[in-house]
Design a binder for this molecule. Sequence first.
Ligand code: SF4
Length: 312
Amino acid sequence: MWTTSPFSYYKILLSLFVALCCSLARLSLPLRGWRRPAAPVRGAAAGRQRERRRDGAAPTPTSVNYHFTRQCNYKCGFCFHTAKTSFVLPLEEAKRGLAMLKEAGMEKINFSGGEPFLQDRGEFVGKLVQFCKQVLKLPSVSIVSNGSMIREQWFKKYGEYLDILAISCDSFDEEVNVLIGRGQGKKNHVEKLHKLRKWCRDYAVAFKINSVINRFNIEEDMNEQIKALNPVRWKVFQCLLIEGENCGEDALREVEKFLISDDDFERFLDRHKNVSCLVPESNQKVKLEVAFHSYILAKWKYGLRTRSFHAY
Ligand code: SF4
């Protein structure tokens, strides 16, 4: 039984900054060979889900993005989750929130940032990943990272609890990476990407790549490099303007010089149409999802508050 009051329950959920998505269709696309066997939802949990659906109550938070930090070692000019605060929920509180989400029906968790491996040199995200797989037994546990701080030692310790690692890579030209803000001094982002690809293979973690297409990489041909890395999925985003994050008075970034038109984005997609793992994410689609997530989050929080009064 939870000892938390409805108010503290609500506060934890706010701190978690979850983006909820009930669209199983989008997230259940087949990823060949990567997914560890999923535990079907049975018994009391399944009953609760049915009950919620019948009540017309809050939707089930099937898939959750947990952006637990805004801090990052990179300074990408288009970033829309910037370091406006250094707050990170303490580990045990984060685990408690995750357990609540599991209780509410979560099946998939993705840890993101900022840079998730910055906190406690990757130990924080490692412990959360282990908790989600070992204790909560979630069918899908993933991380999105810029990859720069991940060491093989991390895979040795936590690799068995991770299903998917998605690494951001916007260019295979180091000069372009520096222009974008993904410079690492003497370190080479592309070399690190290849190391991470190998470690994912060695430790049986599915490997994905995320790319943001912007003014500086729009003309690049990435066909050969992506095919050589052979990710299970290559997610290609159109550079996005978010007021207050990368645009406007309070913003820590100025995205304007990175933006591209819809036609430019289509041109990039067309150039890479033979890469079978490519999944495009246009601005329109991401904006719709942001709006949808906000709506679902509000509905879900309200539902949990109501439910907590009844059940606890
Ligand atoms: S790596 Fe990601 S979180 Fe870090 S600055 Fe770049 S876009 Fe933002």
